[in-house]
Design a protein around this ligand. Structure first.
Ligand code: SAM
Length: 247
């Protein structure tokens, strides 16, 4: 049986791969502060273990979070106890009035919800736009063609104290398939095997920019949450900040 962000991958994500959400939180707080939006709700789509949610709560905001993974939501409720967290898909989520909407860590790429695609991304953007206060932001990252660093097949291996992870990733036309095997050390020293298998839809940067502009956002594409510009155009992954105009 394969899992999707089951207990092992959720815990690993939280302890080892949280930098992206932390960096995104810094950018969102900066943008909200510059816009004079020093309080209000942030809706964290695909909130995972609640890293961005907790940072935004620390900065004085309230948070709604939604994620497909019940194990991720359990961690989020522990890490950000005052947040309101729900298990569900971003493609069904009703977004309440917010000053920021976020989706960090390829959330909009996952085809685990088969509706994922440019139309679904545009629909999320439209709901975010309607929910946002003027000056509010929709900040997210997406994977784009080239995510496999130009290779058709790529192997990735992580070796940590209490777990090993091997990933076989195959990129074809606008799709990335990941087969992941995790060996997780139990308290008695034995290893438990967990399999995860899912696909991502890869979006072209220009198509996502068009989608944001079509629903009314001012769209900014960045190489990362921490960098505004790069010498090369983004390839494989990009950050977007949509800002709702004030008039
Ligand atoms: C790489 S993790 C990122 C988690 C968190 N945003 C962060 O940056 O730490 C991707 C998350 O997206 C969630 N996800 C993927 N597709 C989703 C969907 N359709 N609806 C809700 N959550 C989804 C996964 O369950 C997972 O928690």
């Amino acid at each position: 049986m394969t899992e999707f962000y089951g207990a092992e991958q959720a815990a690993m994500h939280h302890t080892c791969f949280g930098d992206l959400a932390a960096d995104a939180a810094v950018l969102v707080v900066e943008r909200l502060s510059a816009a004079g939006l020093s309080e209000g709700r942030v809706t964290d789509l695909g909130c995972g273990s609640g890293i961005l949610s907790a940072a935004l709560i620390d900065a004085g905001y309230t948070v709604d979070g939604i994620d497909l993974s019940a194990d991720m939501i359990e961690l989020a409720r522990t890490n950000a106890p005052t947040g309101e967290f729900t298990v569900g898909s971003v493609h069904d989520a009703a977004i309440r009035s917010s000053v920021a909407v976020t989706a960090t860590g390829e959330v909009l790429n996952y085809a685990v919800d088969p509706r994922a695609g440019l139309d679904a991304l545009t629909s999320v953007a439209a709901r975010a736009f309607d929910a946002l206060a003027p000056g509010g932001v929709f900040a997210f990252d997406i994977s784009t063609p080239g995510r496999n660093l130009g290779a058709n097949v790529r192997h990735v291996f992580h070796d940590r104290d209490t777990w090993l992870l091997g990933m076989h990733a195959t990129e074809t036309d606008h799709r990335l398939e990941r087969r992941i095997v995790i060996l997780s050390r139990e308290a008695d020293g034995r290893y438990r095997r967990v399999d995860e298998h899912y696909e991502l839809v890869l979006y072209d940067v220009d198509a996502v920019t068009d989608a944001l502009e079509t629903v009314g956002f001012g769209a900014e594409v960045r190489p990362s949450f921490t960098q505004a510009t790069a010498s090369q155009p983004p390839s494989g992954w990009a950050v977007f900040v949509g800002t709702k105009p004030r008039d």
